[in-house]
Design a protein around this ligand. Sequence first.
Ligand SMILES: Nc1ncnc2c1ncn2[C@@H]1O[C@H](COP(=O)(O)OP(=O)(O)OP(=O)(O)O)[C@@H](O)[C@H]1O
Ligand SMILES: [Mg+2]
Length: 315
Amino acid sequence: MANLFTVTPHTAIDQIITLEQLHAGNLTANTIQHYAAGKGVNVAKTITAMKTPVTTLGFIGQQSRASFQPLNSTLLTADFSNVPGLTRYNITLQTAAIDQETHIRTPGFAVTETDSLALIHKINRHTQPGDIIILSGSLPRGASTHFYADIITHCRHKSARVFLDTSGPNMATSVQALPFLIKPNVAEMEALIGHRLTTNRAILNAAQYFIRQGVEVVIVSLGKNGIIAVTQTEALLAYCDKLPSQKLITTVGCGDALVGGLALAYQQNKSFAEALKLGIACATANLFSQEPGMVAPPLVDEIKSTVKLDSLKNL
Ligand SMILES: Nc1ncnc2c1ncn2[C@@H]1O[C@H](COP(=O)(O)OP(=O)(O)OP(=O)(O)O)[C@@H](O)[C@H]1O
Ligand SMILES: [Mg+2]
């Protein structure tokens, strides 16, 4: 069976601190949670939560190695490349007012051209035809905007499939290199196409533009409204119209869980409709987990059976 790899050039350590109140002065935290993270790491957590092996690659700061070591398990192989410095922190301060989170982001390591070439080479060495390589998230300081494009080009040559979920200045260049699948949200698709997208028709047109360019699958995620999923022959709106009754915990990582579910389905040669159902089910299950990407398989199964697919052919 095809192997799954996730690549996170810009890893992070997520720290979630809960407090009674937030104000200047001395504060005592109620709880502190600490997760080795970054978008591709979250995708790998979804894949292993669904009982499937995955290798996770990317850069980490040498001084932060101890935080990433515990990711390794029987299903998850963490094979990061060390660069000098610290991995950045994403610190979230939570109080009882759930809609008033405070986020503090620290700058992290920078990479050199030699670091980038070494990681591209490593990905090349590890991957075989048919494998799925998931490129996730932004690029660290020092990485060329061609970093993902170079990986995509290498993977295309050996018939490995790249799933791309990125944003920012590298996105257009990366998409031009024609990954197998792209997963922008609406804001990312707007940045890519260069204009606002206010209707499903407009999103579908934008997705079809990239299909004509040569991307095989375009998945535009619409937050609570699900996804618009397009290939050369299909155009579907997929969504979960009845959320489980449990308390929703966080939307962080829903896009990553979506990508993880899609990758699992493609690895298992499922139909397009089944892939969308598994993707939406993993994304929705992520809403009910504190740790981004971690999903509970029974909940994924339960949600999968409720996912709706509407054709957009006559939109
Ligand atoms: N509030 C919500 N209610 C129900 N489903 C949601 C909600 N938010 C996200 N989802 C599910 O998760 C999927 C991905 O979410 P979204 O479009 O927010 O991705 P994203 O912006 O890439 O997220 P991130 O990059 O933070 O992981 C959606 O297509 C949907 O299936
Ligand atoms: Mg996203």
